[in-house]
Design a protein around this ligand. Structure first.
Ligand code: ZN
Length: 511
C-alpha cells in the first residue's frame, strides 16, 4: 500500500472528529525546491485521509513575523542591510505590488505549490497573533518559564541563564526583534533591552523598557521563540498532523523541544509526526537565501508540473531525493512517469502502488499519457520536418521541456544537426560502407514505412557482409557528421530526397 494510505489508515483508527494537517515555512527569500517536498508530503496525507473518508483540513502557515537574519545574495545590500533583525512583514517588498517582503516571497512559493496541485489554506502568523489565539499560550509559557528553561537544558545538555525568557519583544524604537532580550516578566509586562552589540550581524539601539507580550487591536508586541511557538501554534490552530524535515525531527532537534512544551507546558497532544528526508540538488542541501538555480520557481521551468510532483510522490519519505538535472535524469523521470501511467490505465492485474503514485501525481484531472518516449521526442524536436507531427499528436507541452533539456542538460551525443555540406569525416568510410550507402539510396526510390525500413537496413548490411555497427556509422556520418544518432530509419525517411542525393554523392567520394 502507498505510504500515505498507510498513514491515513492508521489515523482513521484515532477516530478524531477532524484531522488537521499543517505545514509551515518562513518566507525569508526565494524558497528552495526542498521546501516543496514538505508541502507535497502533507498534501498526500491530506488527500489520502479524504479518500479514506476522514474529515480533514490542510493549512499552511507562513511565518511572516520571523526576523530577517541574513541577507539573500541576490538582493542589493545597500537597500536591505538596514532591515536585518526586523520582522519580515515590516520590511518592504523587493518588487512593487506586494505589501511587504514576506508576502512577496510567500506568494512566489505559493504560486509554485498551487501549480503542482497543492492548495492548502494559508495562515499568516501575524493574523494568528492578531486573532489573539496566541495570547493565553504566551502567558502560560511566560508563567512557566522555569519549566521551559529545564526543557532546553535537558535537550541541549547545557545551562540556561536564569534571566532568559521565552519571548522576543519588538523594539518600539528601532523596530528590530533579533536584538531584544527580555530579562523580566511580572505577570503583565515583559522588561527588555535592545542590545547594541549582542549580535555580530546587526546592531540594536540600546532601548530599555517594558511592553505587554500580548497582541491587541493596536498590533503585535513580539513573538515566542520559534521552537516554543511551534508547539503553541499547534494548539492555537488545532493541528493534529504535522511533519518536518529530518533536521528538525532528529533526536535533540526542535521537534523534541516542541513536543516537551506540548506535554509539560501547554497540555496538548503532539501532532502525528511525518519525518521526511531532504530534497537535494546535485547532492547539496540548499537554503532559501542561497542557491540561485534551485528555487522552487526555477524547477517548474525545467519540468512540467505533473512530473515535478511525480518526483516527490514516487520517492518514499524516508529516502532523500537527490536531483541532478544533468545527463539522462530528466528523460528517465519521464520514462518512470509513463510506466506508472501504464499501470494506472491497465485493465486487470496491475501494480497498485505505481497506479496510485500516478493518480496522486496528477495536478488536476487525469489526462491521457503521451506514448512517445521523452528521448525520442528530444530527437523529434531536432528534426524540422517533424514539427507538424508534434503538433498533430498533441505533444507540444512535453516538446517544450524536451527543447529545454537539450539546451541545458543533454549530453552532446544526443544532439545532432543535419549537415548542409558533406562532412569531412566521410573519408573514414570504406568501400563496403559506400556500397551500402549506394544500396540504401537506390531503395529510397520506393515508398517505405519507417519500421519496415529500419529492419531492412540490417538486412542490406548483412547482404554486403557489413557489421551493423559499420553500417550505421556509414548512415550517420554523411548526414550529421557523427557515428551515432537518432533512429536511422526515421531520420532518413524524414529527409528522403536530401538523403538519397547525399548517399549517392558520398558513395562516389574517393577514399
Ligand atoms: Zn531597538
Amino acid at each position: 500500500m502507498f505510504w500515505a494510505d498507510v498513514v491515513a489508515k492508521e489515523l482513521k483508527k484515532r477516530k478524531l472528529s477532524l484531522e488537521w494537517v499543517d505545514d509551515m515555512k518562513t518566507p525569508s527569500g526565494r524558497v528552495h525546491v526542498g521546501a516543496l517536498r514538505g508541502v507535497v508530503i502533507h498534501d498526500l496525507v491530506f488527500k489520502a485521509l479524504k479518500d479514506a473518508g476522514v474529515k480533514t483540513k490542510y493549512t499552511y502557515i507562513f511565518d511572516n513575523h520571523d526576523p530577517m537574519d541574513s541577507l539573500p545574495v541576490y538582493l542589493p545590500k545597500e537597500k536591505f542591510e538596514k532591515y536585518l533583525g526586523m520582522p519580515l512583514y515590516k520590511i518592504p517588498s523587493p518588487e512593487l505590488g506586494f505589501d511587504n517582503y514576506a508576502q512577496f516571497y510567500a506568494e512566489e512559493f505559493m504560486s509554485v505549490f498551487n501549480a503542482i496541485g497543492c492548495h492548502p489554506e494559508i495562515i499568516w502568523a501575524t493574523d494568528l497573533y492578531l486573532s489573539r489565539k496566541m495570547n493565553s499560550l504566551i502567558k502560560v509559557c511566560l508563567d512557566k518559564t522555569d519549566i521551559i528553561r529545564k526543557i532546553y537544558e535537558e535537550v541541549y545538555k547545557k545551562k540556561i541563564s536564569s534571566d532568559w525568557y521565552p519571548f522576543q519583544a519588538y523594539c518600539p524604537n528601532c523596530g528590530k526583534v533579533s536584538t531584544t532580550k527580555v530579562y523580566k516578566w511580572d505577570g503583565e509586562f515583559v522588561y527588555f533591552k535592545c542590545t547594541v552589540n549582542g549580535l555580530g550581524w546587526t546592531k540594536g539601539c540600546g532601548y530599555d523598557g517594558k511592553v505587554s507580550p500580548l497582541s491587541n487591536k493596536k498590533g503585535i508586541n513580539g513573538k515566542l521563540p520559534w521552537k516554543v511557538e511551534w508547539a503553541c501554534k499547534w494548539k492555537a490552530v488545532g493541528v493534529t498532523v504535522e511533519g518536518a524535515g529530518k533536521d528538525h525531527m532528529s533526536r535533540g532537534g526542535s521537534h523534541d523541544i516542541a513536543s516537551l512544551i506540548c506535554k509539560r507546558v501547554i497540555n496538548y497532544e503532539v501532532p502525528y509526526p511525518l519525518p521526511y528526508e531532504f530534497f537535494l540538488i546535485e547532492g547539496k542541501k540548499m537554503s532559501s537565501s542561497k542557491g540561485l538555480g534551485s528555487s522552487a520557481k526555477e524547477m517548474l521551468k525545467i519540468l512540467p508540473s505533473e512530473i515535478l510532483r511525480f518526483l516527490m510522490v514516487k520517492t518514499r519519505i524516508n529516502q532523500a531525493i537527490n536531483f541532478d538535472p544533468a545527463g539522462d535524469t530528466i528523460p528517465k523521470l519521464f520514462d518512470d512517469y509513463q510506466l506508472a501511467g501504464q499501470e494506472y490505465f491497465k485493465k486487470g492485474q496491475r501494480d497498485k502502488d505505481l497506479a496510485r503514485i500516478f493518480e496522486l501525481s496528477q495536478v488536476d484531472k487525469i489526462e491521457s499519457l503521451p506514448k512517445i518516449r521523452f528521448m525520442t521526442l528530444a530527437q523529434w524536436v531536432q528534426m524540422p520536418n517533424l514539427q507538424n507531427k508534434i503538433r498533430e499528436e498533441g505533444l507540444e507541452e512535453w516538446a517544450k521541456y524536451a527543447r529545454i533539456w537539450l539546451d541545458r542538460y543533454a549530453s552532446e551525443s544526443v544532439k545532432f544537426e543535419i549537415q548542409k555540406k558533406i562532412p569531412k569525416e566521410v573519408k573514414i568510410l570504406n568501400k563496403k560502407q559506400k556500397a551500402f550507402l549506394k544500396k540504401v539510396a537506390e531503395e529510397l526510390t520506393k515508398d517505405w514505412n519507417a519500421e519496415e525500413f529500419q529492419k531492412k537496413l540490417y538486412d542490406w548490411a548483412k547482404e554486403l557482409d557489413l557489421s551493423s555497427e559499420k553500417a550505421f556509422q556509414a548512415l550517420y556520418i554523411p548526414l550529421i557528421g557523427k557515428d551515432h544518432g537518432p533512429k536511422a530509419g526515421w531520420l532518413i525517411l524524414e529527409y528522403k530526397e536530401f538523403v538519397q542525393k547525399r548517399f549517392q554523392d558520398v558513395s562516389f567520394v574517393q577514399s
